[in-house]
Design a protein around this ligand. Structure first.
Ligand code: G16
Length: 517
């Protein structure tokens, strides 16, 4: 290790004395001014991780749904997953080391994680549209360079696009080409194949209004539009040219406030959706003739996809193990509908894509979605190769046709992480193929009335939870009070948990009426 270089570079990215930041739900997140040293150090960490795995690692500069003034960093592991939890501790350690300890901490991590410093290291970098992102990604580059790593800077990309690039690179192109063009071509080819039948029967003129949260999604959708069939008309709103990122718009705003975003004029029964700030989440919605707003969140997206995949698997005659993974925020009505009507097993895990992704990997087909619209589908290697083989060789025409649809779904779904663009195309394809309107999709089941709040407290870390975050173990007495309140109402349930991305406590409640919730 070049200790002199480390000293020189780290002096350019000093850590504010006394500042401690925790690795949260999806990496580090804070006010942008506090993050320069974090970015420098996460560039270094990515190099170490690359040396241990012998693969390219991704670093995405984004704070996703947080306000424009914040920023953050998400680290991407070799197959496009979030950084392995066993490395979160190293990340926190490195992030919070005082400047003079930096060399010692790097050496310690190298020893503990058996990093061979002689090995090559490669890192892919991406960033969102925040004003602070460019400079912060330069700090990442400095961190990579000081430890002798190579990098490729993709510049402005959505988070899921960076995850895709990393996976493509580390599978030697098997997953696709690690370029934006490769991403657009792979998804649009699969999408066009899926909807061509409904388009030729004249049924499907797809129209969709998309709120891009004034973020990166707008730029990337505009680039991708040329690849869509001409029958698919998308209208982009909140493209970032006039208003601030995530301000009164975007998937998180729409989900939390259960109302339409600013800047999108919605006519009755028009299909609309919102992305979040880095385009890894999506929620759908519409307004009915009476002017009522209807939110179709991640739970309903998981339900639509599960129904569709289950039907196809039955058609191909495969007994593949399928399951849905949710979190405590999943509406109780969705869980009940999935288990009782769709008849698919449902599992509940802690908030955070890393937890859902991990659980979903246990199944042949694992559908995971958070209620906030973050999710995807994972196919096991064995399931994927069975499906691809059936699509090629199956003699029975109906079975082969179903296998071809499944094969195209596999290509359309970004299996590395939740992806608003990919999820949107999956949903549009399913709705077109099944001839469903948004209203019919929404009517699959009625959500139990719910309320989600953010509450600011002096120290959110005093709250500790268990049972997939459904029960509070500290502070003493809190859970008993929640239980006493919940007992008073029918079909009710409530929990509190500290956010891992914002300085707030999230409070969720469900009951038989909105007022009681
Ligand atoms: C991130 C995570 C999501 C999580 C969300 C909120 O989303 O990737 O899995 O649901 O934060 O987490 P918390 O409730 O802990 O604040 P994003 O879209 O902001 O990256």
């Amino acid at each position: 290790m070049d200790f002199e270089g480390l000293k020189k570079y780290s002096a350019l990215h000093p850590k504010p004395a006394g500042l401690t930041l925790q690795y949260g739900t999806a990496g580090f997140r804070s006010e942008a001014q506090q993050l320069d040293h974090i970015m420098f150090r996460m560039g270094m960490l990515a190099v170490l991780r690359s040396r241990v795995t012998g693969a390219t690692i991704g670093v995405m500069v984004t704070a996703s749904h947080n306000p424009e003034e914040d920023n953050g960093v998400k680290l991407v592991d070799p197959l496009g997953e979030m950084l392995h939890p066993s490395w979160e501790e190293y990340a926190t350690h490195l992030a919070n080391a005082e400047d003079q300890e930096l060399q010692k901490i790097v050496t310690e991590i190298c020893q503990k994680a058996a990093v061979n410093q002689q090995k090559d290291a490669s890192v892919f970098i991406g960033r969102d549209t925040r004003p602070s992102s460019k400079e912060l990604s330069q700090a990442v580059i400095d961190g990579i360079s000081v430890l002798g790593g190579q990098y490729h800077d993709y510049g402005l990309v959505t988070t899921p696009q960076l995850h895709y690039m990393v996976c493509c690179q580390n599978t030697q192109g098997q997953y696709g080409k690690p370029t934006l063009e490769g991403y657009y071509q792979k998804l649009s080819r699969a999408f066009t194949e899926l909807i061509k039948k409904s388009l030729s029967s004249g049924e499907a003129q797809r129209q969709l209004k998309i709120d891009c949260a004034n973020g990166i999604g707008a730029l990337k959708l505009a680039e991708m539009e040329n690849y869509f069939p001409k029958e698919v008309r998308i209208q982009i709103y909140n493209d970032g040219t006039k208003e601030k990122l995530n301000h009164l718009c975007g998937a998180d705003f729409v989900k939390v406030h259960q109302k339409p975003p600013k800047g999108l004029d919605m006519k009755p029964n028009e299909s609309c959706c919102s992305f979040d700030g880095d385009a890894d989440r999506i929620v759908y919605y519409y307004q009915d003739m009476a002017g009522h707003f209807h939110l179709i969140d991640g739970d309903k997206i998981a339900t639509l996809i599960s129904i569709f995949l289950k039907e196809l698997l039955a058609k191909v005659g495969q007994t593949l193990k399928m399951a849905v993974v949710q979190t405590a925020y999943a509406n109780g009505s969705s869980t009940r509908y999935l288990e009782e009507t769709v008849q698919v097993p449902v599992h509940c895990v802690k908030t955070g894509v890393k937890h859902l992704h991990h659980k979903a990997q246990e199944f042949d087909v694992g559908v995971y979605f958070e209620a906030n619209g973050h999710g995807t589908v994972l196919f096991s290697k064995a399931a994927e190769s069975t499906i691809r083989q059936l699509a090629k060789e199956e003699k029975d025409g109906a079975k082969r046709e179903a296998a071809v649809v499944l094969e195209n779904m596999i290509d359309l779904i970004n299996q590395t992480v939740g992806d608003a663009i990919s999820d949107m195309l999956v949903i549009e394809a399913i709705l077109a193929m099944k001839g469903l309107t948004l209203q019919q999709w929404d009517a699959l089941y009625a959500d139990f009335p719910s309320r989600l709040l953010k509450v600011q407290v002096a120290d959110r870390q005093v709250i500790d939870t268990t049972d997939a975050e459904r029960r509070a173990v500290t502070p003493p007495g809190l859970q008993e009070k929640i239980d006493a309140l919940v007992k008073k109402y029918k079909l009710s349930r409530a929990f509190v948990r500290p956010s891992g991305t914002e300085d707030v406590v999230r409070v969720y409640a469900e009951a038989d009426t909105q007022v009681r919730a």
